[in-house]
Design a protein around this ligand. Structure first.
Ligand code: ARG
Length: 477
């Protein structure tokens, strides 16, 4: 691995191309902590698969279609009769805009009627309506793109609207296979073991979440030729995906056997709780805004740096950079280390602690190893010529053995779709490297060359370990 790079340790998976559908917020609504979980877990899965040489199509399946747009568009027309005035600023606070239009929708029956018509006109492709729809989507998009940029997330948007034109054709396919039935005026697919059927065309002839998901799955398997389609959402949507996958299996798009490809998986996760043990909300019982949460983590670590006097001799820009890397890394790690199905409690103090199973502790372990290598001033080529790796002390053996487990851990984390397995590994690696650091002097010792090689191997593996969950390592903190 030292000679050939970490890529030579990449596990070999049996798929070539996968879709990871993650993040996927809803237009005109604030991204909340649930979307944060989806974003972080999805990005980590994508990175692990990419490292394993799988081509990953990172899909942002945004909620950009549906009945709420009638209400939003009509409200936009009411507030800004001349659309040109409705600049980004004016509808900038989309959350407030959404609420105001909802209030109107619920209280004003003529508005409600117009809103319902607006959906039809939008879906019928009327220019004025498409334009307003696009404007609303653009404002929303700007908001979440900022979050992605801060978190270093790369995603390609193919929202619900993208699949809309394909829906009739896909439903025809399902119909030809005899899957679609009439039920109380709606068109549905019955699924074995489920009481309620999957509605694919509503009573009013409109399409819904299920129709676009069936179509998206068809598209991913047939047009994009993905062998593995992975969906990351909260566990409340488990039933929905069960039904979608069952319908796809009945249609023959997916094999009935679990161990065959192509396959589809729902990666479910639990809730984020506040310190009061309830759903994580702000005092005003609003959902927690993602941007505020990131700001707070960053500011928290910056305060810690100042407290420890680490601000002297550093520019504000440097401090900000460190605080960002560590603060965001801490948020990501605090989420990923839990088995994704369990609910976890979001506690800033704890996630920024430099002891225990936290990103700060891991990053320290990395910084220490890197600083030994830097101090030695020796290059890997020279070290290799000088000697070989000999693990004689307990701490060296433990660290060495931990290092070589890396490929199998990534493989298991990929196949079980469990980033927490990777986190457990990183924590163990940090412990082993800290023990080695405490027990085995490196520079100037008789075993200097061998130990530097071990440091180098540790540095490389750790670096990859941070890369996979999207954590930016810092060497000074
Ligand atoms: N927009 C949905 C939500 O916020 C998540 C979409 C997940 N992906 C999908 N293909 N259904 O709950």
């Amino acid at each position: 691995m030292l000679r050939d790079g970490i890529g030579s340790w990449a596990p070999t998976l049996s798929v070539k191309r996968a879709v990871v559908d993650f993040s996927s917020p809803n237009i005109a609504k604030e991204m909340h902590v649930g979307h944060l979980r989806s974003t972080i877990i999805g990005d980590t899965l994508a990175r692990m698969l990419e490292f394993s040489n799988v081509e990953v199509l990172r899909r942002n399946h945004v909620g950009d279609w549906g009945t709420q747009f009638g209400m939003l568009i009509e409200y936009l027309f009411d507030t800004f009769p001349d659309l040109e005035d409705a600049n980004d600023q004016a509808i900038g606070d989309l959350e407030a805009f959404y609420k105001a239009s909802k209030k109107r929708f619920d209280s004003d029956s003529s508005f409600k009627e117009r809103a319902q018509q607006a959906v039809v006109r939008l879906q019928g492709g009327e220019e004025k309506y498409r334009k307003a729809w696009k404007q609303i989507c653009d404002v929303s998009r700007k908001g979440y793109e900022q979050v992605y940029e801060r978190l270093g997330i790369c995603l390609e948007e193919k929202g619900e609207s993208f699949y809309n034109p394909y829906i009739p054709m896909v439903l025809d396919l399902l119909n030809e296979k005899g899957l679609v039935e009439e039920n109380e005026g709606a068109r549905v697919i019955f699924i074995e073991g489920k009481k309620l059927p999957l509605i694919v065309t509503k009573r009013d002839g409109g399409f819904n979440y299920a129709s676009s998901d069936l179509t998206a799955l068809w598209y991913r398997l047939n047009e994009e030729k993905a062998e593995w389609v992975i969906y990351v959402t909260d566990k409340a949507q488990r039933d929905h995906f069960d039904m979608i996958f069952s319908a796809a299996t009945r249609a023959g798009w997916l094999p009935a056997e679990d161990n065959k490809y192509p396959k589809a998986d729902h990666v479910a996760f639990g809730l984020v709780l506040g310190e009061d043990g309830k759903r994580f909300r702000t005092r005003s019982t609003e959902v927690v805004r993602l941007v505020d949460l990131l700001d707070k983590a960053k500011a928290g670590y910056k305060d810690k740096l100042v407290e420890r006097g680490k601000d002297t001799g550093r520019t504000n820009e440097e401090l900000e950079q460190i605080a960002e890397a560590v603060g965001y890394g801490a948020v990501k790690y605090a989420d990923l280390k839990n088995n994704r199905l369990t609910d976890y409690t979001f506690i800033y103090e704890q996630m920024l602690d430099d002891k225990g199973d936290n990103a700060v502790y891991l990053l320290y372990a990395y910084a220490r190893i890197s600083s030994i290598i830097k101090k030695s001033g020796r290059e890997i080529e020279e070290l290799e010529k000088d000697g070989s790796l000999e693990l004689t002390q307990d701490a060296e053996r433990v660290l060495g053995l931990h290092l070589i487990r890396f490929p199998e851990v990534v493989e298991e984390a990929c196949s079980k779709l469990l980033p927490s397995l990777l986190c457990k590994y990183i924590y163990g690696l940090s412990e082993a490297s800290t023990k080695f650091y405490d027990d085995c002097p490196v520079i100037g010792s008789a075993a200097e060359t061998s130990r530097l090689l071990l440091c180098k191997a540790t540095e490389i593996v750790m670096k990859q370990c941070f890369h996979l969950p999207g954590i930016t390592p810092v060497t000074k903190m």
